[in-house]
Design a protein around this ligand. Structure first.
Ligand code: PBG
Length: 326
């Protein structure tokens, strides 16, 4: 049989496959989300996220040094305040002594500019009701009042030492409000990684345990409807127009159409967040011996990059970085 085209020729050896691989995972484009908790004296393992911990300030610093050694691109830092430090307005989110702001200051002092320090800019970890914003008397999340607090929170995070702030609350106009707030305080060099197309997803389940979020109900009035594709592009265009330095799609693996759309239209780098549920499902199946955890994790991130993401946030960042060195 004569076949002129035999694509298999390029798959014959590992060296051949490596040479023609269109997509590669580089640790520099991986961001590790991390949790720092108030009031604990040693790290606490998260049962719903194998391999992930709530950190003390000291164990967080250790992890950050390790991330630098592994060549990771960044850390996305989430704070978990003590229960009695939560209130209706999420005050600890913008207080200098709030756990997240303290952690940012400590991290910046320890690792300087060796890695990009990113801060989650959102109120849900800090509010008693668990919503991402302020809830008004009729039980609705007040968009504009929340944006004002995001700006305040971003300034506190910048002051503490964050290189980038990551507004994840999906309020309309949040990027513009934060840009204005940062600029007014002289933080013109602090960037905004905007969660632009963030969907109201069931895959955030394990994360809510991680940050002991008090939410009852859902976030469907502010996060996007998973049914909508076009809106992912629209939300992204708005954020870019408001001054986002990077945009993000979240979740990632089930939203590759959105990642591809956003990569196609965006004039700024595109990040995608492989969220807790995506990560934990791979871990859980691996624990049962149903799947090869390492291989599945690697493939899942590779596919997110292939769809067009420049940067991937994943709880597997450290493991992947080590794996890539082998
Ligand atoms: C909100 C926030 C959430 C996640 C990141 N930022 C939770 C939510 O929107 O309910 C989820 C991340 C994950 O599941 O890994 N501050």
């Amino acid at each position: 049989m004569t076949a002129y085209y035999r694509p298999r020729r390029l798959r014959t050896t590992p060296a051949m496959r490596r040479m023609v691989a269109q997509t590669r995972i580089n640790p520099a484009q991986l961001v590790l989300p991390v949790f720092v908790a108030e009031g604990i004296t040693s790290p606490v393992a998260l049962t719903s996220m194998p391999g992930v911990q709530r950190h003390t300030m000291d164990s967080l610093v250790k992890l950050a040094h390790e991330a630098v050694i592994q060549g990771l691109g960044g850390l996305m830092v989430f704070g978990v305040p003590a229960e009695d430090n939560k209130d209706d307005l999420g005050t600890q989110a913008y207080a200098e002594q709030g756990i997240l702001n303290q952690a940012l200051a400590r991290l910046r002092a320890e690792v300087g500019d060796e890695i990009v320090i990113m801060a989650d800019t959102c109120l849900d970890e800090f509010t008693t009701h668990g919503h991402c914003g302020i809830v008004n008397r009729s039980g609705h999340v007040d968009n504009d009042a929340t944006c004002d607090l995001y700006a305040k929170q971003a300034v506190a995070q910048a002051r503490a030492g964050a290189h980038m702030v990551g507004p994840s609350g999906m309020m309309d106009g949040q990027v513009a409000a934060i840009r204005q707030g940062l600029d007014d305080e002289g933080f013109t060099d602090v960037g905004i990684l905007a969660y632009s197309a963030k969907y109201a997803s069931a895959f955030y389940g394990p994360f809510r345990e991680a940050v002991s979020c008090s939410l009852s109900g859902d976030r469907r009035t502010y996060q996007m409807d998973p049914a909508n594709r076009r809106e992912g592009s629209f939300e992204t265009e708005l954020d870019i127009a408001e001054g986002a330095d990077m945009v993000m799609v979240k979740p990632a693996g089930y939203y590759l159409d959105i990642v591809a759309d956003v990569a196609g239209l965006s004039s700024v780098p595109v990040a995608a967040y492989q969220v807790s549920g995506e990560y934990s499902m791979i871990q859980a199946a691996g624990e049962r011996g149903w799947i090869d955890t390492e291989a599945a994790l690697k493939e899942s991130v590779l596919c997110i990059l292939r769809a067009g993401a420049d940067v991937v946030l994943t709880y597997g960042a450290m493991d992947l970085a080590k794996e890539m060195k082998k």
